[in-house]
Ligand binder design. Structure first.
Ligand SMILES: Nc1ncnc2c1ncn2[C@@H]1O[C@H](COP(=O)(O)OP(=O)(O)OP(=O)(O)O)[C@@H](O)[C@H]1O
Ligand SMILES: O=C(O)c1ccc[n+]([C@@H]2O[C@H](COP(=O)([O-])O)[C@@H](O)[C@H]2O)c1
Length: 199
């Protein structure tokens, strides 16, 4: 049966962490469906169109030899259950695996109709620095019938927040940094330009 990974992200902006995850998924799944979405628990600094465009650039930057990474904007919804229902229409016979970072495990029970969600997909958890997988309480998820696995990869310790709040360029890949500069997104672009002029 075809194995499909579903990876949704705020991508505000996408980081080197997202890049590592996408590259790994590309090697371990037949197809990787990626989308940028609004998160009902957060506000976003950049429009969904820009976030989606950056994600597409990241997929092109990865240039996976398997050509199995694909942006699916039609899957975008703040409610992952709606995304999964849409994915099921696209791939009625595939094995669907929802991919989330270990930092999100603690909030899953607050997601829209999450028990229903867990019945429709397998769950793959990507360990995130600071959220060790040994410390995750997966028992409750499994008791509800969830099929949960932990991915064997280590993603870099970066976040979109660290870029938005401190301008941490280590968090970004060159393509995304270029896009941000070109489109004048986030505050750091203007701040750097002013600093250059002052010198
Ligand atoms: N460095 C990372 N390591 C492991 N998982 C990550 C990493 N960065 C993002 N993820 C996971 O990827 C998905 C999308 O993350 P998201 O776009 O919210 O990035 P973020 O860096 O957490 O953003 P923000 O700082 O704005 O909350 C989530 O499931 C998140 O847990
Ligand atoms: O379904 C929900 O209620 C829900 C609540 C919070 C987050 N999500 C989704 O989880 C994915 C990861 O979110 P983020 O902000 O960590 O990138 C993204 O696709 C969000 O739309 C979904």
């Amino acid at each position: 049966m075809q194995k499909i990974a579903l990876f949704g992200t705020s991508a505000d902006p996408p980081t080197a962490g997202h890049k590592t995850i996408l590259s790994w998924l590309s090697q371990h799944f037949d197809w990787v469906a990626v989308w940028a979405s609004d998160n009902p628990f957060k506000s976003h600094q950049t429009s969904l169109e820009h976030r989606s465009a950056m994600l597409l650039l990241m997929i092109q930057e990865i240039n996976s030899p398997r050509h199995n990474l694909c942006l699916h904007p039609e899957l975008s919804s703040p409610r992952t259950l709606e995304t999964v229902e849409q994915a099921r229409l696209l791939w009625p016979n595939a094995d669907l695996t929802l991919v989330i970072g270990s930092d999100l495990v603690g909030q899953l029970s607050r997601w829209y109709k999450f028990e229903q969600l867990l019945k429709q997909v397998d769950l793959l958890i990507v360990p995130r620095p600071g959220y060790p997988s040994e410390q995750l309480d997966l028992w409750q998820l499994r008791r509800m019938g969830a099929d949960v696995a932990i991915a064997s990869l280590s993603a870099p310790n970066v976040s979109s927040t660290s870029y938005r709040e401190t301008g941490d360029r280590e968090a970004l890949t060159p393509t995304i940094e270029d896009y941000i500069n070109r489109e004048h997104l986030y505050a750091w672009h203007e701040a750097r330009k002013r600093a250059k002029v002052a010198h």
